[in-house]
Design a protein around this ligand. Structure first.
Ligand code: NAP
Ligand code: ZN
Ligand code: ZN
Length: 347
């Protein structure tokens, strides 16, 4: 076993605190990585506080992991010691069901093994995430990091990046698309960068007027303050695609009304509470509301390679690990520019 340390939550109410634990030694298909940086996703906060009701404690969050390979099992071919590599939200899946066979492991019909708080088929116990000094995972779930990307700024690509890249690709957003991004946080800022890079015309809908200039720098043509009912009404019926990244319960109707006939709103934000859905805004213009979960391993590698080719990374604020509880409080106030990333050398 490998002696390891990290920051864990022990229950839904307490702050994260230092935690010693053990990881398994790498088996023949495993890769062991030293973690250099880990992004801070709003899902970490939902999970630490058990807002989705499926948390397991002690819980070490973190699924935007970048590090260096230190050891590999004898059958591993994808990476070698010394390589920069990355891990996102999953570390395993059944690999046999139709979703896994299609490279969509996030939709594994037997339940993918998430990077933290999932029962680990390779054991022991539950998986422990990236707010820690090392990790061991099967090579099938290890991503290669393009060499030209700054490792700290690339970390958020592993969740915020793929979660926005995947629906934009699936719904074929590109040149000629008018896209609305709702919420400018970790996911929202990557959604603007990708939609802009794909050639779409992007408008940000935000509750934070102070983020207007940043949104334009990131690639938005226009910014609408979503609390302004008149401004919202003026945008009705203009958009092909709405990507909703909001982490809290909101009224969806004003955003559905943004869609053109046959437009789609995809929800990636994951508040615990159900969101009421009025039927009339949908049936009157044959509009759709859909959801999307991260992305499969093949598409995550495609996204990283696209970022390498197009010099796309996240805008990050690097923090030492002992500032993590403060970072959570700031995230709850929408005070993130635009992703916190933990420098694991401070652990
Ligand atoms: P984040 O950095 O905290 O950003 C969320 C943004 O939503 C905020 O910055 C804010 O933007 C807006 N917002 C927050 N509260 C709001 C409210 N009450 N009303 C309106 N807007 C509000 O969070 P994130 O890491 O991007 O994650 C966003 C959500 O996506 C979370 O629920 C997370 O769990 C979920 N998620 C889902 C997936 C998936 O696979 N589907 C993957 C990762 C994360 P403005 O200041 O611009 O209004
Ligand atoms: Zn995440
Ligand atoms: Zn499967």
């Amino acid at each position: 076993m490998i002696k390891s340390k990290g920051y864990a939550a022990y229950d839904p109410q307490s702050d994260l605190a230092p935690h010693d634990f053990e990881r398994r030694d790498p088996d023949p298909t495993d890769v062991q990585m030293e973690i250099l940086f880990c992004g801070v996703c709003h899902s970490d906060l939902h999970m630490v506080r058990n807002e989705w009701g499926n948390s397991e404690y002690p819980l070490i969050p973190g699924h935007e992991i970048v590090g260096r390979v230190v050891k590999v099992g004898e059958k591993v071919a994808r990476v070698k010691p010394g390589d920069m590599a990355a891990i996102g939200c999953m570390v395993n899946s059944c690999r046999e069901c139709p979703s896994c066979k299609d490279g969509l492991e996030q939709y594994c019909l037997n339940g993918a093994t998430l990077t933290y708080a999932s029962p680990d088929p390779k054991g022991p116990g539950f998986t422990m995430g990236g707010y820690s000094n090392n990790i061991v995972a099967d090579e099938a779930f290890i991503l290669k990091l393009p060499n030209n990307l700054d490792p700290a700024a690339a970390a958020p690509l592993l969740c915020a990046g793929i979660t926005t890249y995947s629906p934009l690709r699936h719904w074929k957003v590109g040149k000629g698309s008018k896209v609305a991004v709702v919420g400018l946080g970790g996911l929202g800022h990557m959604a603007i960068k990708f939609a802009h890079a794909f050639g779409a015309e992007v408008t940000l809908f935000t509750t934070s007027p102070g983020k207007t200039e940043d949104a334009k720098r990131l690639g938005a043509e226009q910014v609408v303050i979503s609390k302004d009912e008149n401004a919202m009404a003026a945008e009705a019926g203009k958009y092909d695609f709405v990507l909703n990244t909001v982490s809290a319960k909101i009224d969806l109707t004003p955003y559905i009304n943004l869609l053109k006939r046959e437009g789609t709103m995809v929800l990636v934000g994951a508040p615990a509470e159900p969101l009421p859905l009025g039927v009339f805004p949908l049936i009157m213009q044959r509009r759709s509301v859909a959801g999307s979960l991260i992305g499969g391993i093949r598409e995550t590698q495609e996204m990283l390679d696209f970022c390498g080719q197009n010099d796309i990374v996240s805008d990050v604020e690097i923090i030492p690990i002992d500032k993590i509880n403060e970072a959570y409080e700031r995230m709850l106030k929408s005070d993130v520019k635009y992703r916190f990333v933990i420098d694991m050398a401070t652990l």
